[in-house]
Design a binder for this molecule. Structure first.
Ligand code: ADP
Ligand code: MG
Ligand code: MG
Length: 912
């Protein structure tokens, strides 16, 4: 006997009012997010229309078996359907009093707008009479029927929605009706006939032989057929291209499947005491504690999200006649949900003739600013602990807070205003279709996607665009929800914008301004402003909430966070972000500009006098550089890396020289002058390397040209000595790059120490400058015990270590094949973004070996991985002293390090 698999779970009450729910919120993997939380709401006593959920696993089995049903599944569904009919005291398709249901998808992860819902299922030419009789409202009944045919045809059969919209429009034109609500019962009845005709003409008989009656395709009258087709369509939608793209974008696995919820219908379109809406228990844009959302009176389903009519704010609900009680009850539900889920929730509800019904809830998406604010408030309210507050913040989402804004000092005219739906500012060319957004972005330009309202088909364009601008829809419209999820700026509902997508232009009502395709526009999703032209953008100042959360993270954090910075401005910036030192001060950038000439004359000349002059000039300049750095980081360590890149990076490119020589020749330049150029070319050519990244660079350079590290050390020590004499507290450290064998470090350490001693003598100060090395070659990692005998600290250069461990040249592989590797899942992630397990093992080995011979050694990481939250967690486990990353990643690293320490603490707790 095969093991019984439970494929279907009931939710809601039975005929006697008992809760017969079988699932709960922890069963998202089986029931999907929607199904699990419908069950949970029913369990905590909230009013949920009864129904049942078919599991995600059934979807996957169905999909994996080439869209055929697992044995017995249809029978189980049938018995749950009969059970639902018994609970409701009504039968689907009944001619006297029909039960209508919705068929709703719901995957384990929230995938907004990805899969489609069919409402009013069960209507046919018989049951419509029952609905009319029961409601005594023919208009409502015919409207429900036409909506059903429309949705069923579009979602289940894949017919073009425009076929139906056009029929409605021409009906409205004929009747002189301004909106859908002006159509009468008879008009709608006529539309139903027309819709059925459209169905017959457009559905293929070959594809759906079961729908052929009397020689032609007919709209299915049998409710069982309707139900099965709808469920199969939901299953099928798991693999529709929109869903696949969304999963790829959001790194959601393809094998989760979607559940299907079959739920008895409630109606928000039964007159003025009925309504439908979506809401958040707090403001998802800024986190304020207020009820937030929109509703529409006398409307059904997706009318609110679709932005078809303009909505009213949720707070008004309890003041509207006939809706007061439901409005008050809704506010109680908000509180119940927050206390239960201990988080901000978003909800869908419908009020049917004054009675409130809950149709969906989940922990709501929010902006980064809102996430922090809600977190901190909830900790203060005692709803969550400080640990939870820190753990809840998504480090990647913090990045949103570092998004650009309009420069306050810029002058610009706001041509229109809309809703501030997703924060941050964006500048780009106006484009009017998703395809154009993709094309412009691929051409390397920036764009803002301008749409009446977006829909799931626009997703690729929304991802490509810098920002999104719509003329319709509220803050819970498709554009707003998706943009907030992506962290993309969005201004929506700009009513003054009259968009003509065909002509690719938008007129601003009340002005003679027309925005045409390609015109630069700027939008500010924080204020809702729309500007014609490009506004200068700046990064925002950090909010108090961010400081609070980071301070909390610091309380738990055990690993230090430093910054990589090469100049005093960046050093100060990173200090203001909480960096506890500079983990990597690169010196190569200090040799650009005018200084390039100086170093060139050092490299290319044999004459001692010229070389000495060059070194003296460099010494003076570098002393100034370090003076500024150490001063900015007074009292905190600054690790200076000696010159690292291949020397020819400071020289002219041979190709440019060749071109110049050819040009000079052509213009008859004197031979002497040409000879100089030719001599330079041959020198530069002689220095060219086949593989510079593995060539003469790092400590190898220092060994071949000992004057360079001596000059740099002298500059470092002199700057420190001066600051000391001024009463400050400089803490420089010297780092020798690219060591692979101990004698390299030994040799250079001796030379560096000698120079430091000379400076101390000359300046009359004591300097204690630690000397360490980068571990960025596998040989260094595996012989770290030897190397540690000569090193005060190790700094793992995980960029180079990744290149040399894999044998990857970063510039080549990132452009050429890593994307393919990721697609085919040969690599789990880009190893230059998130540290690879093999590279991490080398770091771990280096630390262990280093500590074995030098217990006091300081261990850090200065590769870009230091700012990647997942890598930070790996480095915490390895037990590094600190990570160092770019200044803007410092807040993320602080948070991630705090979370890593907390995760460890909680893990320990669980072990005990
Ligand atoms: P989505 O995942 O796109 O939000 P939903 O399944 O939530 O899709 O449904 C789309 C719309 O239909 C929502 O507004 C929802 O509230 C409404 N809806 C779904 N089921 C019912 C029902 N049984 N009665 C009334 N409205 C429903
Ligand atoms: Mg939908
Ligand atoms: Mg929904």
């Amino acid at each position: 006997m095969t093991e019984e698999v439970k494929r279907v779970y009931a939710f809601g009450k039975d005929a006697q009012g008992n809760n017969v729910t079988e699932g709960n919120t922890h069963m998202k993997a089986q029931l999907g997010g929607k199904g699990a939380n419908l069950a949970e709401m029913a369990n905590i006593g909230l009013p949920v229309p009864p129904g049942f959920t078919i599991t995600c696993q059934t979807c996957m089995e169905y999909a994996n078996a080439d869209n055929t049903w697992p044995e017995g599944a249809l029978d189980t569904i049938q018995s749950y359907r009969e059970d639902l009919e018994a609970r409701m005291g009504k039968k689907i398709g009944d001619a006297a009093d029909p039960l209508l249901v919705s068929v709703r998808s719901g995957a384990p992860m929230s995938m907004p707008g990805m899969m489609d819902t069919v409402l009013n299922l069960g209507l046919n030419d018989e049951s419509i009479n029952g609905l009319i009789a029961q409601t005594e409202n023919p208009r409502f009944a015919w409207d429900s029927y036409r909506r059903f045919i429309q949705m069923f045809s579009n979602v289940v059969m894949g017919l073009d929605g425009d076929l139906f919209e056009n029929a409605i429009t021409s009906m409205k034109n004929v009747r002189g009706a301004a909106s859908d609500t002006d159509l009468s019962a008879d008009d709608l009845k006529e539309l139903v006939a027309e819709f059925k005709q459209i169905f017959s003409e457009n559905v293929s008989a070959e594809e759906y032989p079961s729908l052929v009656v009397d020689g032609s395709v007919q709209f299915p009258q049998d409710p069982s057929a309707q139900l099965q087709l709808a469920i199969e369509a939901v299953f099928g939608s798991w693999n529709n291209p929109r869903a696949v793209l969304y999963r790829k974008q959001n790194k959601i696995a393809d094998d989760l499947g979607t559940a299907v919820n079959v739920q008895s219908m409630v109606f928000g379109n039964k007159g003025n005491t009925s309504a439908t809406g979506v809401a958040f228990t707090r403001n998802p844009a800024n986190g304020e504690k207020e009820f937030y959302g929109d509703y529409l009176v006398n409307a059904q389903g997706e009318d609110v999200v679709a932005g078809i009519r303009n909505t009213s704010p949720i707070a008004d609900l309890k003041h509207v006649e006939g809706l007061e009680e439901a409005g008050r009850e809704l506010e109680e539900v908000f509180v119940t949900l927050e206390n239960h889920f201990r988080d901000m929730c978003d909800i869908e509800f419908t009020i049917e003739q004054g009675k409130l019904w809950m149709l969906q809830t989940r922990v709501g998406k929010r902006t980064a600013a809102a996430a922090l604010h809600i977190d901190i408030e909830m900790e203060k309210e005692g709803l969550i602990s400080k640990e939870e507050a820190v753990m809840r913040v998504d480090p990647e989402q913090l990045d949103q807070l570092l998004h650009p804004q309009f420069d306050k000092n810029a002058s610009y005219d706001v041509v229109a205003k809309g809703l501030n739906a997703s924060p941050g500012a964006a500048v780009g060319e106006a484009v009017f279709s998703a395809a154009d957004a993709v094309a412009v972005t691929e051409a390397g330009r920036k764009c803002v996607l301008v749409r009446w309202e977006t829909n799931p088909d626009d997703l690729a364009g929304m991802i490509a665009a810098e920002g999104i601008l719509t003329s319709h829809g509220g803050k819970t419209s498709h554009a707003a929800v998706i943009a907030r999820g992506m962290g993309a700026p969005c201004v929506c509902g700009v009513e003054a914008l009259k968009i003509d997508a065909e002509k690719k232009e938008a007129a601003v009502a009340g002005t003679d301004i027309v925005i045409r395709e390609g015109d630069m526009v700027s939008i500010d999703g924080t204020t809702g402003s729309v500007v014609l032209g490009a506004v200068d953008l700046v990064l925002p100042e950090l909010t108090g909430d961010l400081d609070t959360i980071l301070e909390w993270a610091d309380e738990f954090r055990t690993m230090g966070v430093r910054a990589n910075a090469d100049n005093p401005e960046d050093a100060e910036l990173s200090r203001s972000f909480g960096a506890e030192g500079i983990g990597l001060c690169r010196t190569e950038h200090m040799f650009l500009g005018d200084r390039k000439q100086i170093i060139q004359s050092f490299i290319l000349n044999d004459e001692p006098a010229i070389r000495e002059k060059a070194l003296a000039d460099l010494l003076e300049a570098q002393t100034g550089d370090f003076y500024g750095m150490f001063k900015a980081m007074d009292g905190l360590p600054v690790i200076v890396r000696l010159l690292d890149p291949p020397l020819h990076e400071f020289l002219e490119s041979p190709r440019d020289l060749e071109v110049e020589i050819a040009r000079l020749e052509a213009s008859g330049t004197p031979a002497a002058e040409l000879a100089d150029k030719r001599q330079l070319l041959s020198l530069v050519d002689a220095m060219a390397e086949a593989n510079p990244m593995l060539g003469l660079r790092g400590c190898r350079l220092a060994i071949l040209y000992p004057e360079l590290p001596a000059m740099q050390t002298r500059a470092i020590a002199t700057a420190a000595a001066r600051l000391k004499k001024e009463g400050l507290d400089p803490e420089p450290e010297i780092m020798i790059p690219l060591v692979s064998v101990l004698p390299e470090l030994e040799t250079l350490r001796g030379e560096v120490e000698a120079v430091i001693a000379e400076v101390c003598e000359a300046e009359g100060v004591e300097l204690d400058i630690p000397i360490g090395t980068m571990i960025e070659l596998p040989r260094a990692a595996v012989t770290a015990d030897e190397i540690a005998t000569q090193a005060d600290f190790f700094s793992f250069g995980t960029n180079d270590l990744t290149q040399t461990t894999f044998g990857f040249s970063r510039d080549d592989v990132e452009a050429k094949f890593i994307p393919r590797y990721l697609e085919r899942r040969i690599l789990p992630c880009n190893p230059f973004e998130t540290v690879d397990a093999g590279v991490a093992a080398l770091v771990d080995m280096g630390c262990t070996k280093g500590r074995a011979t030098n217990p006091d050694i300081q261990l850090g990481v200065c590769g870009e991985h230091g700012g990647d939250p997942d890598s930070v967690k790996t480095f915490h486990k390895i037990g590094l002293t600190y990570v160092s990353c770019s200044p803007y990643r410092v807040p993320l690293a602080r948070l991630a390090a705090g979370q890593a320490a907390l995760a460890e603490k909680m893990g320990d707790h669980r072990d005990k």
